[in-house]
Design a protein around this ligand. Structure first.
Ligand SMILES: [Zn+2]
Length: 261
């Protein structure tokens, strides 16, 4: 059994998968992907074919807990969850239909990558981890509007092809992964890559890692243990950021208890 399969095996428990997906939403929300209540992540259910868990409508990514997710089948029906579903379901469902290797889809509007999506330019790797995107990423430019029909979702999935991410012109990004962890790390690094390029361009005309070295570098950097270590670092950073909220919740609970006495 490959190590990738082992990773998937650990995640067949639906509640554990939902907790990880909610964590991924909050990580990306606090790492530059929050855009008010917009943007969404989903994960393919592992215990039942043709189902996915997805962020429900109405919250910032940084606010999402497992109870805020909805369960949707690949016929576009909501089968569980208190919240309404986001309108851009076709992005997720049509990618899952086409890509059996994909188990997590991220669609967000981070500032730098969204601004870059307006240019149609090729993203050049100017920092270490952006070699992950050295092979030109595809652009979806059929519409700049929301992807709310099956036809548009299918067109986006076709344009994504076998790639790990796609720019949506004047709109945002879609990033996919075999696991929630991998898709989250990739989405974090894509925004970081564009942000670093932006800063480099402020200083002058940047040089970049050539294709051959980028390929070698990517193979060294993006092994499964290293991706997992990056995910673990993102989880720890989130824990520090959420610490004041945890303390506040604890204090409120204690005050409520003492009032009951
Ligand atoms: Zn969108």
């Amino acid at each position: 059994m490959s190590s990738t399969n082992k990773l998937h095996e650990e995640k067949t428990d639906p509640q554990q998968l939902k907790e990880t997906l909610a964590l991924a939403c909050r990580i990306l929300g606090t790492e530059g992907h929050d855009d008010l209540n917009l943007g969404h992540l989903s994960a393919r259910a592992k215990d039942q074919a043709g189902l996915m868990y997805m962020k429900g409508r109405g919250l910032c990514l940084s606010e999402v807990r497992a109870k805020d997710l909805v369960t949707i089948d690949f016929d576009y029906k909501k089968v569980a969850g208190q919240r309404d579903a986001h309108g851009e379901l076709p992005i997720h469902i049509e990618i899952y239909r086409k890509r059996t290797d994909v188990n997590c889809v991220v669609h967000t509007h981070p500032l730098y990558a969204t601004a870059f999506s307006a240019t149609g330019q090729r993203l050049r790797p100017v920092n270490n981890e952006s070699v992950l995107f050295a092979k030109p990423l595809p652009y979806f430019d059929r519409v700049t509007d929301l992807v709310v029909t099956r036809a548009l979702g299918g067109a986006l999935a076709a344009e994504l092809g076998e790639e790990k991410a796609i720019f949506m012109k004047n709109h945002g990004i879609v990033v996919v992964g075999e696991t929630i962890e991998q898709a989250t790390v990739r989405a974090f690094l894509l925004e970081k890559a564009v942000k670093t390029l932006f800063v480099a361009k402020v200083f002058g005309e940047p040089g970049w890692t050539d294709d051959e070295e980028a390929d070698r570098k990517a193979q060294r950097i993006f092994t499964e243990p290293k991706t997992k270590a990056m995910w673990a670092a993102l989880v720890r950073q989130l824990e520090y950021k959420e610490a004041p909220l945890r303390i506040l919740t604890l204090l409120e609970e204690q005050m409520a208890k003492s009032q009951l006495r």
